[in-house]
Write a protein that binds this ligand. Structure first.
Ligand code: SAH
Length: 340
């Protein structure tokens, strides 16, 4: 038995073909599930009883449980309980251009970034495809509005759950599924180089963001364990290749940590590192968390850093601070919940 939210359109087409049935029925099922949003097979009015009974033998409908929600004016954070009682979170943000959701891809995370709450929680398991799909569907149901943008920046490392993440993107991007345009989907990775290479050949125009957070190996080694395996030069070389192949612009995320990576020298070094690359840098004011001693850079330091990059012709933005009131930084809501 498989959760109905766990299968891609192509897989469902093959399912029907293998059952000596018609391929187009997969589109009909997707239409009921993702467009009409029914919750059981009997509601599929244009599907024959025989097919419905067969579907009931092989698939089931089951959603996730929302066990906590914290809201501020333009942001809401959801905590979900999974079938095995594990918990993950998603963050909804209202923008002038639409509604975006930041979803989790794993229960916990093994990447061990020193500044990140999720790293403290350690990976328990990968999320199944349906558990990622349902984060979107449940939030849409809760707010009664459509999500227009999806970022894979919640708990977990998407490239450590590569196959499920790709199948998840196939479902949400399918015109017959949730139909979120590929340019409205952004995957963020801490820099697992072999997977960046694999992703280079993925045929969808999904945005790629790299959590760089440092201009050199010395600083990056001190804050991100993954840098002991894949060095900055390996990442940059994989990204150069990615840009040549896909012709797409890459985002580098850079958390501003007071006294760690926020000096003028760091800004100069970063400018040199990224010179000539089709990229932009997103400076992220660090969202402080009670368990971790890193502090957010002063706003003056962030502005100076920004100016240096600008002067050196690097495209740069400062991320709007959304989530500090709702513990929106990666892993924070789950972690707080576990303490109460
Ligand atoms: N593992 C992936 C995606 C999840 S983390 C990655 O590393 O990119 C999503 C982003 O949030 C990353 O850039 C991460 O470094 C950042 N992040 C983690 N904790 C944060 C915090 N307390 N404040 C601001 N950003 C944080």
């Amino acid at each position: 038995m498989q959760n109905i939210y766990d299968i891609t359109l192509e897989e469902l087409e093959n399912y029907f073909i293998n059952n000596n049935d018609k391929k187009f029925k997969a589109s009909q099922v997707f239409d009921w599930v993702y467009k009409k949003r029914i919750n059981n097979f009997d509601d599929m009015r244009n599907v024959s009883k025989v097919t419905i009974n067969k579907l009931k033998d092989d698939f089931y409908f089951k959603k996730l449980e929302i066990i906590a929600k914290k809201e501020d004016k333009d942001v809401a954070k959801y905590l979900f309980k999974l079938d095995d009682n594990e918990k993950v979170e998603a963050v909804l943000m209202y923008h002038d251009y639409g509604n975006s959701i930041c979803i989790s891809t794993q229960v916990g995370c093994n990447m061990g970034c020193k500044f990140c709450e999720s790293g403290r929680l350690k990976k328990v398991r990968n999320l199944e495809v349906y558990e990622m799909v349902l984060q979107i569907l449940m939030v849409e149901e809760d707010i009664g509005k459509r999500i227009t943008h999806v970022v894979l920046m919640g708990i977990g490392e998407p490239f450590d759950n590569y196959d499920n993440v790709i199948r998840f993107i196939d479902i949400i991007n399918s015109g017959k599924g949730i139909a979120i345009g590929s340019r409205h989907i952004t995957l963020s990775t801490c820099g697992i180089v072999p997977k960046i290479k694999e992703f280079t050949n993925y045929d969808k125009q999904v945005n790629l963001a790299i959590s760089l957070h440092a201009p050199n190996n010395e600083i990056r080694d001190s804050i991100m364990n993954i840098n002991k395996v894949y060095k900055i030069e390996d990442i940059i070389s994989a990204i150069k290749d990615y840009i040549v192949h896909t012709n797409r612009r890459v985002t580098f995320e850079y958390i501003m940590l007071k006294g760690v990576n926020d000096t003028i020298e760091c800004a100069l070094e970063l400018s040199k590192l990224l010179k000539g690359l089709n990229c932009y840098v997103n400076l992220i004011p660090y969202n402080e968390t009670s368990h971790i001693e890193y502090k957010k850079s002063d706003s003056d330091a962030i502005m100076e850093f920004y100016d240096v990059l600008k002067k050196n012709n690097i495209c740069v933005t400062i991320r709007r601070e959304f989530g500090s009131k709702v513990n929106a930084a990666c892993g924070q809501l789950r972690s707080h919940y576990e303490e109460v």
